[in-house]
Design a binder for this molecule. Sequence first.
Ligand SMILES: [Cu+2]
Length: 361
Amino acid sequence: MIDLLILVAVVLGIIAVSKLISILGTVSAVKGENSYNVTDKENRTQARLMPVFLIVYFAFIIWQVVSWGDRVLPVSASEHGAIIDELMNITWIIIIPVFIFTHILLFYFAWKYAYDKNRKAQFFAHSNKLEMVWTAIPALVLLILILYGLSIWNDVMEPVSADEEPIEIELYARQFDWTARYPGIDGKFGEASVRMIEGVNFLGLDSTDKESWDDKYVKAEFHLPVNRPVQFYMRAQDVIHSAYMPHFRAQMNCVPGMITRFNFIPTKTTAEMREITGDEEFNYYLLCNKICGAAHYNMKMEIIVESEEDFNKWLSEQNEFLAVEGNSKDNSSEELSVPESDSTQTINEEEEQLSLVEKVN
Ligand SMILES: [Cu+2]
């Protein structure tokens, strides 16, 4: 209802302004003036306002930086993050002086060359030299920045080799939560497929695959050991999500039907970062960075970075995905031993998605 009222008010406002303009036009016509002619006085006023605009504009930018500057991300908590930040800083160093210089020129010229009936414009059609200068210099600068960026991208996306003993984690995205899966003692992830999603097995793990039995999965928060490479594998159940870990300068899309990857080395524990930021409540987060639906804003998971010792202790306390009865190491457990899902989706909905996926395939 309020939306409708706002719309009506906007439409009435537009009609009122257009009527006002036409009345002013009629008044000028009656007085014998041409309302479209700019007078010398108006012209001088506009010219004098140009430097004022320039100062107000720069003052506004400085005010924004001062009042919101502390909301930018703290120092990077991953190894590759430092070089991404460096690329960003170099880009700023190049573009900020250009931004200031071109804006000063823009407003200065508008003031200096305001219309003057005594001045005659100089006829100047073309200059190859000028064309070269303002084409070649920006092209060269862009080329250098792009090549530099590409080489950083290659370094960042380089897969971790097995010799570096990475921790492997699968991030599973669905509307609207995250699940992190660790491969368990055997160091191997069990098979998983959207076709095997059923009841509490919302990850679609294959319970006939022995490698899945010791897999561990957690919700709400997951842990990482500091200074150890982490290889992430991203999967999605329903739509495209994006695994975004801003403090580690990491982001990768999670696409249904395929596995995407990203790896990084965390360099600062949560405790260290709390000290650096001076914020007792600081936490690393995994966020979804694709607008994936109504509760997208709520799709996040806490990340705890800690010593390898604490990490191993925490991981040993997490539940294993014990497969179907008879296959499990502990036969007394008849039900699947999994953390409770807080999903609001019903099984019917999941089946619907499953049949959709099958249709697409
Ligand atoms: Cu999402």
